[in-house]
Design a protein around this ligand. Structure first.
Ligand SMILES: *Cc1c(COP(=O)(O)O)cnc(C)c1O
Length: 379
């Protein structure tokens, strides 16, 4: 039987009628933007993450962009000021920096852990550096203690890109349940954070959606205003704002899915643990679980020198895989001015990474099928 990388239909089905009921309620309400569902979701998500404020946005790219634009205006940053970011991320992280006229400074990640290598960050700092954007890639949280320390010592702001890490907990030695007592959720470990609710994310809606979380009231107010045409009062525009708002249908859907997120992440963790302990092949590198954080396995990544052949074999056996990401930012046409940068670790991730199927609705049989297919083949 074929195994999809991520079976969204099956995920939706697992919620029974609840998603339809909540969407229908909105459709029948006659109110589609900036309503009760969105503000309820904002409150519920802020409470879940542990921050004082949450502002729902149109998508994750906008969430990052809005934070940077707000800081730029609040603190008088100028065009060309610099923001440090890992080179192995989804391009949105870097695009947001460019979009507000700041300059992305690309940094390599660790070799066996996809997050930014904190030991390399200080080499990227110049007199124009204003911020660092650690990305909790694949659901693995960055070393936030080290990053916040570097930021403090250079007077920089930190923006967590938490678009792949909904629910992950920093410094949690007790797993996912007893959260707030033992650690802080992704999105509550720096001055501000961005989330995406793109359908494939651990918490996904049925279209585009995103959020900013922060404990800073001034920033929260600024972001909310910028996301709504720069107005606090209708038709009174204090800033040249954007239009980036979550719609009521998406908020209603997310409110159904949020209460199950911890359980869904726990199932991802279980599958990841099974992969890590059962895949056994001389050509496959299992990546270690780093730190005492709760990884939420948005992506289950392995490395393989002969990655493309392994991917073919899996496909021949009906197993769909992905690569996150096949072309690092500095090799993209869109950033050709970065082509001469020496970022060997990012290049290595692009050459050897393979993402195996993982989702809360995968069955044990399917997981086993993936394991057997890898263990029983030569590549
Ligand atoms: C998904 C994602 C984004 C962008 O989110 P969109 O909602 O697609 O705009 C940004 N950063 C990372 C790391 C992501 O995975």
């Amino acid at each position: 039987m074929a195994i999809k990388y991520l079976d969204l239909k099956r995920i939706n089905k697992s919620f029974g009628d609840d998603l339809f009921k909540s969407a229908n309620k909105v459709l029948n309400s006659g109110w589609y933007l900036k309503g009760d569902e969105t503000s309820a979701f904002e409150n519920e998500f802020a409470e879940y993450v542990g921050t004082k404020y949450c502002i729902a946005t149109g998508n994750g790219l906008d969430a990052i962009t809005l934070i940077l634009e707000a800081w730029k205006q609040m603190y008088g940053w100028t065009a060309g000021d610099e923001v440090i970011v890992p080179a192995n991320t989804f391009i949105a992280t870097v695009l947001a920096i460019s979009r507000v006229g700041l300059k992305p400074i690309l940094c390599d990640p660790h070799i066996d852990n996809p997050t930014i290598d904190e030991a390399l960050i200080e080499r990227c700092v110049t007199y124009r550096t204003k911020a660092i954007i650690p990305v909790h890639l694949y659901g693995q949280m960055c070393n936030m203690d080290a990053i916040n320390k570097i930021a403090r010592s250079h007077g920089l702001l930190v923006l967590e890109d938490a678009c792949q890490a909904h629910g992950a907990i920093y410094n949690s030695s007790v797993g996912l349940e007893l959260t707030s007592l033992f650690g802080k959720r992704a999105g509550n470990n720096s001055e501000a954070a961005a989330f995406s609710f793109y359908p494939g994310k651990n918490l996904g809606c049925m279209g585009d959606g995103g959020a900013v979380t922060t404990n800073n009231k001034e920033l929260a107010d600024y972001v909310r205003m910028l996301a709504n045409y720069g107005q606090q009062q209708k038709y009174v525009h204090e800033y040249q704002g954007f239009n980036s708002r979550m719609d009521e249908v998406q908020a209603a859907i997310l409110r159904v899915k949020l209460p199950r997120l911890d359980k869904d992440n726990a199932r991802r963790l279980e599958i990841a643990h099974y992969y890590s302990t059962h895949i056994c092949h001389p050509a496959v590198q299992i990546l270690p679980f780093v730190g005492n954080n709760s990884h939420v396995y948005h992506v289950y990544a392995i490395k393989c020198r002969n990655r493309d052949r392994l991917r073919e074999i899996l496909a021949e056996n009906g197993i769909e895989t992905l690569i996150h990401y096949p072309i690092p930012v500095h090799r993209q046409e869109a950033y050709k001015e970065y082509a001469t940068l020496h970022l060997p670790v990012s290049d290595n991730w692009a050459e050897e990474e393979l993402s195996l199927p993982i989702s809360p609705v995968m069955t044990d049989e399917e997981v086993n099928q993936v394991v057997d297919c890898i263990n029983q083949n030569i590549f």
